[in-house]
Design a protein around this ligand. Structure first.
Ligand code: SF4
Length: 358
């Protein structure tokens, strides 16, 4: 009977490294040893597919070639560079962290766990990835892919998507990382999870860990990892008004500096209350946001979008101003934007979709 790999020395680093050399993915952030570039790539890769990240990564580094350039840039430029990449708090944290790195660390990305974990936007996984890849520190980088591999190789029947179990997988991974070549080891696991030990139909025939994988030997690949059932995702309704001035410019408002899509721009409006009439809700929202009375005209379009924890349908209406000037009541800023201005402002995906439709 196959023994638990823990009893036979953990994961064979040499075999994994040889596989990585042969089959690892060629990625732009692997062609550099610059910790700044590695940091940017790891933040962009959080919750985001590699092929989506590549063009953003390249454009971002052209615009902000080092941590000083990023720290100096206005937040609006950083948000604009992040537009459509999603999870926008990453961009704000990156910008904030760049200021801390230049102010407190002399422009050098911190190379210890204690120091790097003080930066905004850096959790256990990202800290482990940056420290191992940029500085060869022997720390694990455990994301969902790595938890899946560990669950299968060691036949761990704990739900890998339950945050309460993450510590178990983290400690298991920490016991496996070799003292030398942690960078290659961690990246090999990342690639193995992405290309071979996939969630569905793992390619065990091509896997360098097949000879010691308990799931493979016990034919449990399809039953491991265990996943905790995700809660149903609620759907919310939101409304927005297309308000133009006599020059044909569109009224847009900036979102508050905290909360969903913070500091991005959008059309006036917001989320409806449960069972609220859309037209009445839109009048209420515009009054609260800008102190304006409006008449709501016909619906122009509806746009759907999914966030991590909810889905939203945005209904866009024609609006007409009764009187008054827009005041920044529940928004930090507002402006009448010409089409060219609109292109320069950071808009979230759903607001950009709505703007295109009108
Ligand atoms: S042998 Fe199969 S199940 Fe086990 S780690 Fe490799 S790909 Fe995953």
């Amino acid at each position: 009977m196959l023994k638990n790999p823990h009893e036979t020395g953990g994961l064979p680093a040499r075999r994994l490294l040889a596989w990585y050399k042969r089959c690892g993915r060629t990625l732009p952030w692997r062609e550099t040893a610059d910790p700044y570039r590695i940091w940017i790539s790891e933040i962009m890769l959080q919750q985001t597919r590699v092929d989506t990240v590549i063009p953003y990564y390249e454009r971002f580094l052209k615009q902000f070639p080092d941590v000083f350039a990023l720290a100096r840039a206005p937040l609006q430029d950083v948000l604009k560079a992040w537009e459509n990449l999603g999870y926008y708090s990453r961009a704000r944290h990156l910008h904030e962290a760049a200021k801390i790195i230049t102010g407190r660390f002399g422009g050098r990305i911190p190379n210890t766990l204690e120091a790097i974990r003080t930066l905004p936007g850096i959790g256990d996984y990202t800290a482990g990835a940056i420290l191992s890849i940029a500085f060869e520190r022997a720390v694990p980088a455990v994301d969902g892919n790595v938890r899946r591999i560990l669950s299968r190789v060691f036949a761990v029947a704990k739900p890998i998507n339950d945050p309460g179990e993450h510590r178990h997988f983290f400690e298991l991974a920490a016991s496996l990382v070799p003292k030398k070549r942690a960078s290659g080891f961690n990246q090999a696991l990342m690639d193995l999870g992405a290309t071979v030990c996939r969630a569905k139909n793992p390619d065990c025939g091509a896997c360098p860990l097949a000879s010691l994988c308990l799931a493979h030997h016990r034919h449990l690949q399809d039953r491991l990892p265990v996943m905790r059932k995700a809660p149903a995702i609620p759907r919310r309704q939101s409304v927005a008004a297309v308000l133009r001035n006599d020059k044909g410019r569109l009224l847009v408002v900036q979102r508050p500096a905290e909360g969903l899509l913070a500091s991005f721009w959008k059309l006036p409006g917001g989320f409806l209350k449960d069972h609220e009439n859309p037209e009445a809700g839109l009048r209420r929202l515009v009054r609260e946001e800008l102190g304006l009375s409006i008449r709501v005209g016909k619906k122009i379009a509806s746009v759907d979008h999914a966030y991590t924890h909810f889905r939203v349908t945005l209904h866009v209406y024609e609006g007409f101003l009764f009187n008054g000037k827009p005041a920044a009541k529940r928004c930090p800023n507002r402006q009448w934007a010409a089409a060219a201005d609109l292109k320069k402002l950071p808009l979230s995906k759903i607001d950009r979709m709505a703007a295109k439709l009108i």
